[in-house]
Design a protein around this ligand. Structure first.
Ligand code: NAG
Ligand code: NAG
Ligand code: NAG
Ligand code: NAG
Length: 668
């Protein structure tokens, strides 16, 4: 709408002939300026009250140099194109102020648009009302004498602060031999520099002594007064402007007083880490810091409202915030500036002992070995049976096998359980078999028991992924922070949903949210996985665990996010400055140094400490169970034996009775 208005007023201006005439110098000056930018440029003249003929000359000359021109703001171009636009306005045209205010309202003075304002006055009151922030690129060109123009940069640190003017370039026309002579006089007396430099379009001198660059082209000579061509490098002194950082406090309100004194390190470590780096950044910018505190990072509630840091950033009450995890919703509300620290929220647990996961009494041998043992024992039993039968037919001795299966069974059980047996074969064949059986089983026994001892204390590496976690006997819990509640509800793939529904918040029960201290203690006792922020968690673990309890800690990632970044306002004028300074802090190693001061890595146990560790009932479970079955089976077998004995006696009684009856008639 507004743009249309502007275009219309532009047309009106032509028809009402409020036209200013300019000499060729102005046009040459503009072209020189645009060429000197040394990057792709297109010129926008949405409002210029010049003679159409002069505008045509300007457009044509620019076209020869490969620079396009447009008569509107071209507001439908993609964002990537904006950086190429240089908007030209003439402050001496009537009603330019109105046009500039309108452009200002629509944000055309923000980065990455560039402006060239032509003015005959050094200052202009209209500039006071325009938002030329630190990242804006506004240049005012003013004629200082007949053949010279001076280019002044203007920007403001904040909306209300005063305008800062710096000298950027001086241009003069090189048709004039006097001016040319002046240029050459300024050069160092190295002939080769001059001969090389006199080709138009070349940088003439990169004078270190005068810290000025001189640029020569067909359209005039430009002398550059900037220290560096990088805008943000020239404007990184904010002159004590107040920048605000929003900090999250979740652990204790005491944190406000201990932001950088290294007391109470386990409280709000992520807040302190972010602050440490941001503080350095503010100092580099010569800014005054202001801290505000809140209790949450900010999530969108049912009404679409934000709280905490995100809210402060949206309302422009804060410039930066504590490290924040990326979420899609937040990306629309704030800009992520830099990764100044790392932390992670993961499940941490001690590996459950192998005995809890599987039956260690079957583990020492593979199935094939067990089969081989069985075949060996059965084979020996069969052979012993035959030899003992043969021995019994030869002669009988009280300590000799009596040739029945029962005696063979007793001997075999004695051999398998390493007990021995009072009855033994008496001839070579049987003795050979017994010897082989005993030797084989003794060797196997030694191997088996050695293995069991190792396995009793072995940690199982069976829990390494989320499905393992779901199917393991581990109980799960999470630290009682808002991000945990948010992510557990938000992540909805089947595995994570099952973990949440079955193990963290089972229906009808209280969800398993614990304080850090409770959670870490539960982890220590074992068979419990705790979803917590690693840095404070590991600090607690370092403080409270025994040395050998730190050895088997395992992490599993659940929310699967990249490291958190420092958030800032959307399209903040300071964004580039922040980004550049955060990178400098990171590259110089300051960031790493701050981390080392605040962060605790995963606890390492010092070597393989040989500590005594007890074996519980659960470790021996299967063995105890086997004994229990044996104990229960014994009375049953006893009862069976008694019944059998009674049956035999009864049968003999009947037999003798029948015999008696059979004999008696003869006696009577
Ligand atoms: C710019 O785009 C909007 C919608 O995307 C469209 O309505 C408008 O007509 C376009 N304007 C021009 C000048 O193309
Ligand atoms: C230049 O500024 C002075 C004082 O600020 C003012 O009197 C004068 O009218 C201005 N000239 C133009 C052309 O705007
Ligand atoms: C910071 O800004 C103040 C106020 O403008 C100024 O006096 C001081 O010299 C600046 N400090 C640095 C290191 O530039
Ligand atoms: C900190 O104080 C505020 C009120 O001043 C209170 O609502 C909040 O629960 C306190 N936080 C902690 C962690 O003590």
């Amino acid at each position: 709408m507004n743009i249309k208005l502007i275009s219309i007023s532009f047309l009106l201006l032509f028809t009402t002939f409020t036209i200013r005439a300019y000499d060729n110098d102005v046009i040459k000056m503009i072209i020189s300026f645009l060429i000197y930018n040394e990057r792709p440029t297109s010129m926008l003249v949405p409002y210029l009250c010049w003679d159409p003929y002069q505008i045509k000359i300007l457009v044509k000359s620019l076209c020869d140099e490969g620079i396009g021109t447009a008569y509107s703001f071209q507001y439908n171009r993609t964002e990537y194109h904006l950086q190429y636009s240089v908007i030209i306005a003439d402050l001496d045209c009537p009603r330019t102020s109105k046009f500039m205010l309108m452009a200002n309202q629509q944000g055309y003075f923000k980065s990455p648009y560039r402006w060239l304002l032509l003015s005959s006055n050094e200052t202009n009151p209209i500039l006071e009302d325009i938002e030329m922030s630190v990242d804006s690129d506004v240049v005012i060109a003013r004629r200082i004498n007949n053949e010279r123009f001076i280019f002044t940069e203007a920007y403001k640190i904040s909306e209300k602060s005063e305008i800062i003017y710096t000298k950027r370039l001086v241009w003069w026309n090189n048709d004039n031999t006097k001016a040319n002579q002046e240029t050459i006089n300024k050069l160092p007396s190295k002939l080769n520099v001059i001969s090389k430099a006199l080709i138009p379009g070349n940088l003439l001198v990169n004078g270190k002594d005068s810290s000025k660059n001189i640029f020569l082209s067909n359209y005039g000579v430009i002398e550059d007064y900037r220290e560096t061509k990088v805008l943000s490098a020239r404007r990184n002194n904010l002159k004590r402007h107040t920048l605000t950082m929003a900090n999250v406090i979740t652990d204790s309100n005491e944190t406000r007083k201990h932001m950088d004194d290294r007391l109470h390190l386990h409280q709000d470590s992520i807040t302190k880490m972010s602050y440490g780096v941001v503080k350095v950044c503010f100092e580099m910018l010569n800014a005054t810091e202001k801290l505000i505190f809140t209790h949450t990072w900010g999530y969108r509630d049912k009404n679409g409202k934000w709280q905490g840091i995100v809210d402060h950033l949206i309302k422009k009450e804060a410039d930066l915030g504590t490290l924040t995890i990326f979420t899609q919703e937040r990306m629309d509300a704030v800009d992520y500036i830099a990764m100044v620290g790392s932390t992670a929220v993961r499940f941490v647990f001690r590996e459950p002992p192998l005995a809890y996961i599987s039956n260690i009494f079957t583990l020492p041998f593979t199935g094939n070995v067990w089969l081989a043992i069985l075949i060996c024992v059965v084979g020996c039993a069969v052979f012993l049976y035959f030899t003992s039968k043969w021995e019994a037919s030869m002669s009988m001795h009280p300590l000799q096998l009596d040739g029945s299966w029962a005696d063979v069974l007793i001997l075999i059980i004695g051999a398998v359980l390493q007990q021995g047996c009072t009855q033994e074969p008496r001839y070579a064949a049987g003795r050979c078999v017994t010897l082989i059986l005993f030797v084989a089983l003794t060797i196997l026994y030694a191997a088996y028991s050695a293995n069991i001892v190792v396995l009793l204390r072995a940690p199982s590496s069976s829990v390494r992924s989320l499905p393992d976690l779901l199917n393991s006997p581990l109980k799960l819990g999470a630290s009682d922070f808002e991000y945990n509640r948010y992510f557990f509800k938000k992540l909805n793939d089947p595995i994570r949903k099952a973990i949440y529904d079955k193990k963290i918040a089972p229906k009808g029960k209280k969800p398993n949210y614990y304080t850090m201290e409770e959670g870490v203690e539960k982890v220590r006792k074992g068979l419990f996985a705790f979803h917590m922020e690693l840095n404070p968690g590991y600090r607690l673990i370092q403080e409270t665990y025994q040395e050998d309890e730190k050895c088997d800690l395992v992490e599993i990632d659940y929310i699967n996010e990249i490291d958190p970044w420092v958030p800032g306002q959307k399209r903040s004028p300071f964004k580039d400055l922040f980004k550049i300074n955060f990178l400098k802090i990171r590259e110089s190693g300051l960031q790493m140094c701050l981390h080392r001061r605040l962060q605790v890595g995963k606890p390492k146990c010092s070597g393989q400490v040989a500590t005594f560790s007890s074996v519980g009932i659960q470790d021996m479970g299967p063995a105890m169970l086997a004994s229990l079955y044996g104990v229960l089976l014994a009375p049953a077998i006893l009862a069976l034996e008694i019944t059998y004995k009674k049956l035999i006696t009864a049968r003999e009684m009947r037999k003798s009775l029948i015999e008696d009856q059979f004999i008696n008639p003869y006696l009577d």
